[in-house]
Design a protein around this ligand. Sequence first.
Ligand SMILES: [Zn+2]
Length: 80
Amino acid sequence: MPPETSAEVGAEKEELAEKMDEYEGNTAILKQLEIKYNEVKEALARTYDGTFGHCDVCKKPIEEDRLSANPSAKTCKEHM
Ligand SMILES: [Zn+2]
């Protein structure tokens, strides 16, 4: 049944706006997850070619605390 009063129309608009916000939020999260996923895939590839845990810039081992905070880190603290 279509809304009859302007209050009902207002409530519907509000609900729609909320859903759109939610959708935008989810899209942003999805993008973040996709980035993370690609980083993890790259890290996994580096475990195969033996460069995992080494800085892309100076080739030195990446600090253990940096790797445990972000296992997909590609650089040491100096080159992050
Ligand atoms: Zn480095």
